[in-house]
Design a protein around this ligand. Sequence first.
Ligand code: MG
Length: 161
Amino acid sequence: MDIRVGIGYDAHRFTEGRPLVLGGITIPHDKGLLGHSDADALSHAVCDAILGAAALGDMGKYFPDTDPKWKGADSLVFLKECGRLAREKGWVVGNLDAIIVCQKPKMAPHIVKMVETLARTLGIEADRVSVKAKTTEGMGFEGREEGLSVQAIVQLKKEGK
Ligand code: MG
């Protein structure tokens, strides 16, 4: 079976006065993530994992943060486009797994909605998508609540196989 895997990573800084958006879901919190787009680090990590698996480069190649077109952009638009770019090469997402590294807020109440949203955006079944969350027990920038990071891995398979 022809399969590929790709890895993605993203980190954004917390700031006041912005919504916290992860996996297309707005999570109630007193801080949001700073970024050119909506700063949805989960969607960004998954985008890079898809692009990496298909050897298509990275997000910066398609959605540069210097382009005013993407200011405040909904990152699900990026995700949908990355799925389309992979499909154009004959690849579909076999499964994806992601870890949100974040001290606060608690992600557990939002995981199901994130999974459903990522799956719907990519046009795949929800049981192919996994999102997990971890704290770092107070260590590092995530632990100090300066920001959060996300790691993602994606397996692509040839369409129809
Ligand atoms: Mg990003």
